[in-house]
Design a binder for this molecule. Structure first.
Ligand SMILES: [Zn+2]
Length: 247
C-alpha cells in the first residue's frame, strides 16, 4: 500500500467515524475543525459580500488557479457552504469571486432542500468545519416558474413539488400566481429561501446544534440575474438566525 492509498483509506475510515462519534448529541461538537485561517461566520459573510461587490463591478480576479490546485490538492477547508440553484447564470464561485477550495457548492434546481442536500450540508459543517451556510435563491428562477405553472415532467414533477410550500406562503393579492407575474415569481423565490433555512434547522439536529451553539452562521440571499448583485436578507448570520422562527 502506498502512502497516498493509505491516506485515502484513513480519510474514508476516519471521516464517517468522526461524524458518528457525536451524532447523538447536537450540543457537543468535538469533531468540528476550527475554521480555516480563523474565519468566523461573520468574517466569511464579509468575504462573500466583498467578492460579490467585485463581481458586480467587473473587478474579479485575477487568480492563480494552478497555485490554488497545488495548495488544495491534499486537503480542503472551505469557509462557507452555498446551497444554490443549478441555473447557468448563478455559478456560486463566480458570483462571490471565490477560488479553488474556498466554498462548498451544492446546486440543485430551485435550491430545494432534501435528505441528500442535508447530508451534504452535515458533511460540510460537521466533518469539514465550514462555518457559514448560505441559501442562495435567484430572480427569474425557472424552477420557481415551473412550480408556479404546475409543470409535470418526469422526475422534475417531484422536485417542483418541493416548492409548493413557498408558493402557498405568498399571500394572494389578486394578481396572477404563475410565471407571467415576475413580482409573484420573485416573492416565491424569497419565501423558498426562508423556508429552506427553516427546514435545515428543523430537520437536521446536527446543523441545529452547530447553529444554536454559534459554531455556524446561516443566512439567506437572493441573486439578481440582471445585475449580478446578491442581496443578503439580514445584516449578519447571527441576526438572520435570530429572526427565524423554527417552531
Ligand atoms: Zn433557478
Amino acid at each position: 500500500m502506498n502512502s497516498r492509498t493509505a491516506r485515502l483509506l484513513a480519510l474514508l475510515l476516519l471521516a464517517p467515524l468522526a461524524a458518528l462519534a457525536f451524532e447523538p448529541s447536537p450540543v457537543a461538537h468535538p469533531a468540528v475543525a476550527d475554521a480555516p485561517a480563523g474565519l468566523t461566520p461573520e468574517e466569511g459573510l464579509a468575504r462573500l459580500r466583498e467578492g460579490n461587490a467585485r463581481w458586480v463591478a467587473g473587478r474579479i480576479g485575477p487568480r492563480d488557479h494552478l497555485a490554488d490546485i497545488r495548495a488544495t490538492g491534499h486537503a480542503q477547508r472551505p469557509f462557507a457552504t452555498i446551497v444554490g440553484c443549478m441555473d447557468s447564470r448563478v455559478s456560486t464561485e463566480l458570483v462571490f469571486d471565490q477560488g479553488v477550495g474556498d466554498v462548498f457548492g451544492i446546486r440543485v434546481a430551485g435550491n430545494i432542500i432534501n435528505d441528500d442536500v442535508l447530508g451534504s450540508l452535515e458533511y460540510a459543517h460537521v466533518v469539514t468545519g465550514s462555518r457559514l451556510l448560505v441559501v442562495l435563491g435567484h430572480s427569474h428562477c425557472g424552477a420557481v416558474k415551473g412550480a408556479a405553472d404546475d409543470v409535470k415532467l418526469g422526475h422534475l414533477t417531484g422536485l417542483l413539488a418541493r416548492l409548493r410550500p413557498a408558493i402557498a406562503a405568498v399571500p394572494d393579492d389578486g394578481t396572477p400566481r404563475n410565471s407571467t407575474n415576475p413580482v409573484f415569481v420573485d416573492k416565491v423565490a424569497r419565501e423558498n429561501v426562508a423556508l429552506s433555512i427553516r427546514e435545515i434547522l428543523a430537520r437536521s439536529p446536527l446543523l441545529r446544534g452547530l447553529h444554536d451553539s454559534g459554531r455556524i452562521g446561516l443566512v439567506g440571499a437572493l441573486y439578481d440575474v440582471e445585475t449580478g448583485r446578491v442581496e443578503f436578507f439580514q445584516a449578519t448570520p447571527s441576526a438572520a438566525a435570530a429572526s427565524i422562527n423554527t417552531d
